[in-house]
Design a protein around this ligand. Structure first.
Ligand SMILES: Cc1cc2nc3c(=O)[nH]c(=O)nc-3n(C[C@H](O)[C@H](O)[C@H](O)COP(=O)(O)OP(=O)(O)OC[C@H]3O[C@@H](n4cnc5c(N)ncnc54)[C@H](O)[C@@H]3O)c2cc1C
Length: 1011
């Protein structure tokens, strides 16, 4: 079929644009979005009229005023955002009060009263002022003390709740679909078409997904029931669906399962919509989901049961560089299915998180534009293409008057399209327009209870409170009409289509000092397929060397002693090369690691059982270590001139200590192995590196690359073998320092061994050991976020990270719901072959580890709250089921359990301090997690937690070199922190050099001083 071929071709054109350079993407779009001088004049005139009406006194809607009043750049705006996000979900009064104090405490709320004309803005503001005043009064200060103190804390809560609800109500059409339909049918609301959106977070569990599915189905039924018979499909009611709400694993790696299951669900909803004469639009979400969403939408659109129904549609985000190709694909889809397809063009709601994610993942470029004007240009180019495509029913979702005026210019006399706006926004823009231009306007109408509206509300506040936002600017008198109506095409042309200078590419995050390690876009099918194929080839080539007698044979005692001798002999010359030369070699090593990423990942997967994502992280961290220590070596390498009396030279310099023993574990067989060695080498030491006996192959590969990079063979020597090799190495008196990562018990044994020989110098031991890492969750935390972070922290890498979460401490009021969601989320984990892209949890390292973990679970059998089911074919291999165990008290967990076993305790309101103190009593101090929306709680925990790495409102694993220097205190290690600025000096001796420059004939420089 020609339509199918065109669709296939359109599909192929999408992927190459994913992270294309901004100038390349923009140049073509700017040409497509350009206006002739005449067109431009008309657009300006029309937009000017719209603007004048919008800016006329009394015209701004209250939300517009609200957003203006509480700009995100103001302290009050940020506080309001924090309050709105959390307040309505908090169950206990104590936490509510604490959040109010935290968020309202510092703001100058009175300054906002009366400034806006809206009664709603003022009444919400008043609520906040009352709350703040009572709060102040109850703490002994504040102007209104006498009056408001009598109102007491319940009054504060009531005032804030009402302020929050007022804000929320303005953004939702109804708490349920009946209420929303009734409101849509009232007065002026009748002039609009509607698309109803069932609010909620992305589903974390199958049960949540089922509940959302049901609520969509109910909504479709009711919207259909409320529709009059007949009429054009595009004029009818519509329901917007988020695929992330319909499946707990709507992710690229889970496509094998998520695509067919979601297709089935979407088809079921679409059939109901077809039966009810209702439209169905798939919302656009995060950029990595775009490709799989297209598979799902195409499969649904082609389902024979939907033939002839023109109600299916999708949103396309103009801020994505792929947007024009997706529009072309939609048109091709319409051609292939032989009926019109609805496309809602939006600019995109997740811009900030898209930028952050690409930076974290070290990707080649961003999937989105980095300048607001570029998104506007993309929007206009897409709009023009949509208007030119007969197969598409075009819907333009925007609140921007200039965008609207440009679309109208291109539409000419046509009215076979619609505009869309969000409920509560853009009324002023469209009210007049509907009458004067006879355009159809649809309102995107969120439906949901207070709890569910929070995330939505925050997104809207963020999006529209930003000072680049049209809605925000329009209410700001300081922003002139000229600025608001500035031509975006001219704006991007002026910059030469360049990206925003403040948003550097992910690779340049640490520029100019060093390059960020390159990531790999695991949502890019082609990239993943190429990686997997290289990994297979590499493994096939490497596998034979796994046998005895290969390059990783254990050194004999004599060989080991000879290696230490040779290293000692070579160290002086290595040290003498200087920090710059050594840093260059490390930087070369980093590049070689990136060159050999696939073979190294293959080893990490095969030898250490790492999943693909973990294996990638492993290589990236090793690369970052090499580059970071290179930079640090240069920083520490130059002698420091010290001040002193005239006629004297004083310099402090660092030098290598001699031969370092670097002993690393199997859980980071490349990054820790190489991190230790790179640090020691950077400071001019020679290194004997002993990897764990379980992972010699990847260590050998790393050493080969280091030699290829230019490290002399005698200066870096691999010493494979078990504990006896380590003991022999430590016992060698020529060893001048030890870097060790492993158990606390082994660290102690090493420390004792280093002291046992009376004649031996005292040498440094840098030890990173384990921890009983806890996460404290209070009642202000968001369950979905907590569950996501707990699953990541406790179960990824099969719990075999030193940073992994071992003890979850939940506020008792929220514990039952959070545990319920956690157990549901665990049931969605894929346990299996780590080489398979969809695997979340791979095996534990060996049979001994499995036996220890299972014995621990068996000893607490009666307290197991939940355990994942292990697929039967894995039961007799080295897999351990992720398990949650309930404990009575924090003290019940006495040792580190190194695997996917999570222990849970609850704590009562008001006992946060005791809870943290009890955690600290374990004596460990490695990582600590906190989930709370209250800044004062974070401050208190920060003051009390004696830990190396404290993470707030995120997962506790994945410390990044140079960003989160890693390492613990107490029983968890000696410090200094790996990947931090204090690490390298510990590998060096310090030497002071003093010369009396006058001794050989007076102080010439002093005598030659001029006047
Ligand atoms: C009916 C309707 C449905 C919607 N459905 C979706 C949906 O399914 N998926 C979705 O993601 N969003 C959706 N949105 C939200 C939509 O993306 C935002 O409302 C929209 O971006 C605001 O655009 P504007 O033209 O009103 O405002 P403007 O102020 O003109 O544009 C603001 C937008 O510009 C972009 N932007 C801001 N700064 C930059 C920058 N530095 N570089 C590049 N771009 C930048 C962002 O996309 C931002 O949202 C929907 C909106 C409406 C009205």
């Amino acid at each position: 079929m020609p339509g199918d071929a065109a669709l296939a071709a359109a599909r192929v054109a999408i992927a190459p644009l994913y992270r294309i350079a901004e100038p390349e993407a923009l140049a073509a779009l700017a040409a497509a979005a350009g206006l002739t001088a005449k067109e431009r004049g008309r657009v300006q005139a029309r937009a000017g009229q719209l603007l004048a009406a919008l800016r006329a006194p009394g015209r701004a809607g209250w939300i517009d005023q609200f957003l203006q009043e509480y700009s995100l750049s103001s302290e009050e705006g940020a506080a309001l955002l924090g309050l709105a996000e959390a307040y309505l979900r908090i169950p206990d009064a104590g936490a509510k009060d604490a959040l109010i104090r935290d968020k309202l405490g510092a703001g100058d709320w009175r300054a906002h009263l009366g400034a806006g004309q809206s009664v709603v803005v003022n009444s919400a503001t008043l609520g906040l002022i009352i709350a703040q005043s009572v709060s102040e009064a109850s703490e002994g200060g504040g102007a209104l003390r006498g009056v408001v103190a009598r109102l007491g804390e319940p009054a504060i809560r009531a005032a804030v709740a009402s302020a929050m609800q007022r804000m929320g109500e303005a953004f939702v059409l109804g708490r349920d679909i009946d209420e929303a339909l009734a409101r849509a049918d009232r007065g002026a609301n009748r002039a609009y078409r509607y698309s109803f959106d069932m609010l909620g977070e992305a589903a974390r569990t199958a049960q949540d997904a089922q509940a959302y599915f049901q609520s969509y189905l109910d909504a479709i039924g009711k919207v259909g029931g409320a529709e009059a018979a007949g009429g054009d499909m595009f004029g009818r009611g519509n329901v917007s669906v988020k695929l992330s709400a319909l499946h707990p694993r709507y992710e690229p790696f889970q496509a094998g399962r998520a695509v067919p299951e979601l297709t089935g669900r979407l088809i079921e909803l679409a059939r109901a919509a077809k039966a009810g004469g209702v439209g169905l639009t798939v919302d656009a979400e995060e950029s990595e989901r775009l490709e799989i969403s297209l598979c799902i939408i195409e499969a649904a659109a082609r389902d024979p049961s939907l033939a002839g129904w023109e109600g299916l549609g999708m949103a396309v985000q103009a801020y994505q560089k792929r947007a024009p190709a997706v529009i072309a694909w939609s048109g091709a889809l319409a051609g292939a299915i032989g009926r019109r397809f609805m496309v809602r063009l939006v600019k995109g709601a997740y811009w900030d998180s898209e930028i952050k994610r690409a930076q974290e993942r070290g990707l080649s470029d961003y999937p989105v534009f980095t300048r607001k004007a570029a998104t506007d240009v993309s929007y206009l180019a897409c709009a023009r293409a949509m208007l030119g495509d007969q197969g598409l029913f075009a819907a333009f979702a925007t609140h921007n008057a200039l965008t609207v005026a440009t679309v109208l210019e291109w539409a000419g006399g046509r009215r076979d399209f619609e505009f869309q706006r969000l409920h509560g926004m853009g009324e002023g823009l469209y009210q007049g327009l509907m009458a004067s231009e006879k355009t159809a306007v649809r309102v995107y109408a969120p439906v949901g209870g207070y709890r569910d509206l929070l995330a939505y509300l925050v997104r809207r506040l963020l999006e529209n409170g930003a000072n680049t936002s049209f809605v925000h600017q329009i209410a700001d008198e300081r922003v002139s009409d000229e600025v608001l109506l500035a031509d975006p095409v001219a704006a991007v042309e002026r910059t030469g289509f360049s990206p925003h200078p403040a948003i550097v590419k992910p690779g340049d995050l640490f520029a100019p000092e060093r390059r960020n390690s390159a990531g790999l876009d695991l949502s890019d099918d082609a990239a993943v397929a190429a990686l997997l194929s290289s990994m297979r080839t590499a493994w096939a080539a490497q596998a034979p060397s796994a046998g005895k007698g290969g390059p990783v044979a254990e050194l004999s005692r004599t060989e080991l002693a000879d290696a230490v001798g040779a290293a000692q002999a070579g160290q002086g010359a290595w040290n003498a090369r200087g920090a710059h030369a050594r840093a260059s070699i490390l930087e070369r090593l980093a590049d070689l690691l990136e060159r050999d990423r696939a073979p190294l990942m293959a080893l990490a997967v095969r030898e250490a059982g790492k999943t693909l994502a973990d294996a990638l992280g492993e290589v990236r961290e090793a690369v970052d270590f090499c580059r970071y220590y290179g930079v640090e070596a240069r920083r520490h390498g130059a002698p420091v001139r010290l001040p002193g009396p005239t006629g004297e030279l004083n310099e402090l310099s660092l030098a290598g200590r001699g031969v370092f023993a670097c002993i690393s574990p199997w859980n980071f067989p490349l990054s820790i192995f190489l991190g230790q060695a790179a640090a020691a080498l950077a400071m001019g030491n020679a290194v004997i590196a002993k990897p764990a006996p379980q992972t010699p192959l990847i260590a050998a590969a790393a050493v080969r690359l280091a030699l290829e990079a230019g490290v002399p063979a005698d200066v870096l020597r691999l010493a494979t073998g078990g504990s006896s090799v380590g003991e022999a190495l430590i016992a060698d008196p020529r060893i001048a320092g030890v870097a060790f990562t492993g158990s606390t018990a082994t660290a102690r044994a090493i420390a004792r061994a280093l002291l046992s020989d009376e004649s031996r110098p005292l040498v440094p031991l840098i030890a990173e050991t384990g921890g009983i890492n806890a996460m404290v969750v209070d009642s202000t935390a968001l369950a979905e976020q907590v569950v996501g972070d707990v699953v990541t922290s406790a179960f990824m890498s099969a719990g075999q990270r030193c940073s992994a979460l071992r003890l979850l401490c939940l506020h008792e009021d929220v514990a039952p719901a959070m545990l319920h969601m956690l157990h549901g989320a665990m049931d969605e984990l894929v346990i299996g072959d780590p080489a398979d892209v969809k695997t979340d949890v791979g095996p534990v390292i060996d049979a001994a580890a499995k036996a220890t973990l299972e014995a621990h679970v068996a000893s607490l059998k009666g307290q197991v709250l939940h355990a994942c089911a292990l697929p039967p074919d894995l039961a007799d291999r080295c897999f351990v089921a992720p398990t949650v165990i309930g404990l009575e008290a924090i003290a019940d967990l006495k040792r580190e359990v190194f695997g996917p076993i999570l222990h849970v305790v609850t704590w009562k309101a008001g006992t946060l301090d005791e809870t943290v103190a009890a955690i600290m009593r374990s004596g460990y101090g490695l990582t600590f997690g906190l989930h709370s929306r209250i800044g004062a709680v974070a401050d208190a925990v920060r003051a009390a937690a004696q830990v190396g790495n404290l993470y707030v409102n995120r997962s506790m694993i994945g410390a990044v070199v140079g960003v989160q220097p890693f390492g613990g205190e107490g029983l968890s290690g000696t410090g200094p922190k790996a990947g931090g600025p204090h690490y390298l000096p510990r590998f060096a001796v310090e030497r002071t050099y003093t010369v009396d420059t006058t001794s050989a004939g007076g102080n010439a420089s002093l005598l030659s001083l001029g006047d």
